[in-house]
Design a protein around this ligand. Sequence first.
Ligand code: FAD
Length: 407
Amino acid sequence: MAEQQQQQQQQQQAQQQGLGCRRLDVVAGHFDLQAAAERAARRAGGRSQASLLARRDVSALHALLEHDNADLRARMKSFFAADPIYVPRYDIDLRDDRELAFERLARFCRAGFISVADFAADPRRIFAAHEVAALVDPSMATKMTVQFNLFGGTVLKLGTERHHAQILRGIDDASAMGCFCLTELSYGNNAVEMETTATYDPARQVFDLHSPTTGSAKYWITNGAVHAQWAVVFARLLVAAPAAAGGGGAGAGAGGAAAGGGPVLRDEGIHAFLVRIREEGGTSKPCRGVRIDDMGHKMGCNGVDNGKLAFDHVAVPREVRLGCAKGRAPLEERAGGGARRAGGRARCVASRSSPSTREKRGGGGAGRLLPLPAAAALSGSSSNVLQAKGFLRLRDRPIPGLGPLDK
Ligand SMILES: Cc1cc2nc3c(=O)[nH]c(=O)nc-3n(C[C@H](O)[C@H](O)[C@H](O)COP(=O)(O)OP(=O)(O)OC[C@H]3O[C@@H](n4cnc5c(N)ncnc54)[C@H](O)[C@@H]3O)c2cc1C
């Protein structure tokens, strides 16, 4: 028996070693420029470039590695070389490290090499800027990718002309720094299940942005700890369901009323909101109801300020919702009774709540109807209320040791 176990162990070890060797081969292949040059030449049908390295043909290597925007890249490199702020610095204080990365990025932005609008016109300009910036300072490049790509790109793609006029210029010159609040502590890659809510209040025409549990805090948010004044926040949109909606949703009673007699809120799925998170005037003070904590030191890239953010019933105007796609029923139409409004809802159900989508999301996600008490609890400060209603699963409970989101 012991002999058999020993044999099995040896077999496993041999397999692992084989796997390790294959991986090493693959990784090494990425660094074999000569082979890459030959492949490129074969693809181009041209003469072999096998001797590029041997000939130390720098310009040919440049053409191979930097295959677009050569002039732009050259100008960016000259810019970095001319300003002493881009000379590498080591062993500096965390605060200085972050300010240095920010100042480097701000100067680069003000030089006007790229614009967030390039994502629509010529995205390769922005990719080229990333490649060059990463040679100079990876922290600066990380802050840049959040500013232009995650934050700016989302506003560009999902925002209306009003949002564009409001902020695109500030994104370009770094006077409006932003962050991208998607990840939640309990929901990393599984973002569709996230818990942050944006409950529409038709009377005040505002969204009530709220983090109901510790696990719903936005985590590792780049630019969040120090520099971002703005955030694209992803949250679950809850809208009062039409009175004529009838049953069909969890806890929904006849005529769109909850079992307890109140109206129901309809879960419209994850939406993006452009939210100011720090007060105006260049202050680092968070806006009322926004809690920002610093994630502190990391293993590397300490010039990047990562934060965690939570929202305590922050009222934001309805205009801040991004992605108001044409053809979608306006919020009011989804939020009231009457035949016309019920029609609005029907479109909404058809477009957002196909059975396959629901299956993929494990029964949750867009299209759910929540009875008002549960929705109120989602907007309440205690997740215990939610658990009492049976709406939270085990993994949604506040995480021991991290404590509640104190105000
Ligand atoms: C330095 C830093 C900066 C960040 N900046 C931002 C930011 O600006 N904005 C933002 O929103 N987020 C940010 N994040 C968060 C980042 O996007 C998340 O870490 C990422 O989405 C992964 O989530 P998670 O860490 O919770 O891992 P999880 O999703 O919990 O994954 C944990 C492990 O499970 C595996 N796994 C997960 N799902 C599956 C699956 N379906 N099948 C198989 N394996 C799976 C993963 O591969 C991983 O090994 C940042 C993170 C870091 C570290």
